[in-house]
Design a protein around this ligand. Structure first.
Ligand code: KIV
Length: 271
């Protein structure tokens, strides 16, 4: 039996309530109007306009190249589609790390120009001044620890983070700091399940995992991965709910063949 309460609109407060009542939080990415309308209508709690748009929508190898203007474009398209979900928007690489005033300016642009409801930043202690400044302006902040793709050149690989005790301890400390600063939730990416469970147990705010096991308070996946539109990316944590790559390839192939053979359009499909 579900212990879900009905939320007409999901807010940052609803998420903390969900955690307190033991209801798991569902989160997916979206980057455009049409997909966001489907995701919102299907009942997702949180839509993340992730900087993974850099990979998924633009074909870049990393999340580093996407700009603030591009994130605002994606986020405003998503916001126009939603009725219920909370929309969280990633601050892209280079828009919050140098100083806290720039971080605040970037967050304000996202909120003003896209209509998103919150921002997400990658990192812990190193970016605490930026987080504080954004929170002081009344903008809700989601943290992101573990594998933080904007630092990929520092890590060198996309492998599991915080397997060693020292890094695990730093992650737990950072998570507690983010909660103390006032973040409303934290994403934990690609870390051992036991560590994510411990962080979720020790924090009051929700912990949303991706590749972080079932002990987190919620789960997030990249929409195009879970729908099976992408097929080269196969991490262990990814569950594909469809094989859209195959269905779309077949549908488009059929269309090509129908056009070539003059099967399309038929008498009913013309004026
Ligand atoms: O950009 C993104 O899609 C993300 C998720 C992987 C959490 O940050």
């Amino acid at each position: 039996m579900s212990n879900s309460k009905e939320y007409k609109r999901v807010t940052v407060k609803s998420l903390v309530e969900m955690k307190a009542s033991g209801e798991k939080i569902s989160m997916l990415t979206a980057y455009d109007y049409t997909m966001a309308k489907i995701v919102d209508g299907a009942g997702i709690d949180v839509i993340l306009v992730g900087d993974s748009a850099s990979n998924v929508m633009a074909g870049h190898e990393t999340t580093l190249p996407i700009t603030l203007d591009q994130m605002i474009y994606h986020a405003s398209s998503v916001v126009r589609a939603i009725e219920r979900s909370l929309v969280v928007v990633d601050l892209p690489f280079g828009t919050y790390q140098s100083d806290s005033k720039e971080a605040l300016r970037s967050a304000i642009r996202i909120m003003k120009e896209s209509g998103g409801h919150a921002v997400k930043l990658e990192g812990g202690k190193e970016i605490k001044d930026s987080i504080k400044k954004i929170l002081n302006a009344g903008i809700p902040v989601m943290g992101h620890l573990g594998l933080t793709p904007q630092s990929i050149y520092k890590f060198g690989t996309y492998s599991v983070r915080a397997k060693e005790e020292e890094e695990a301890e730093k992650l737990l400390k950072d998570a507690k700091l983010l909660e103390r600063l006032g973040c409303f939730a934290i994403v934990l990416e690609k870390i051992p399940a036991k560590l994510a469970e411990k962080v979720a147990e020790e924090l009051r705010i929700p912990v949303i995992g991706i590749g972080a096991g079932n002990g987190a308070d919620g789960q997030v996946l990249v929409l195009h991965d879970m729908l099976g539109m992408t097929h080269e990316f196969n991490p262990r944590f990814l569950r594909r709910y469809m094989n859209l790559f195959e269905s779309m390839t077949n549908a488009i192939g059929q269309y090509v063949s129908d056009v070539k053979s003059s099967e399309f359009p038929n008498n009913e499909e013309q004026y």
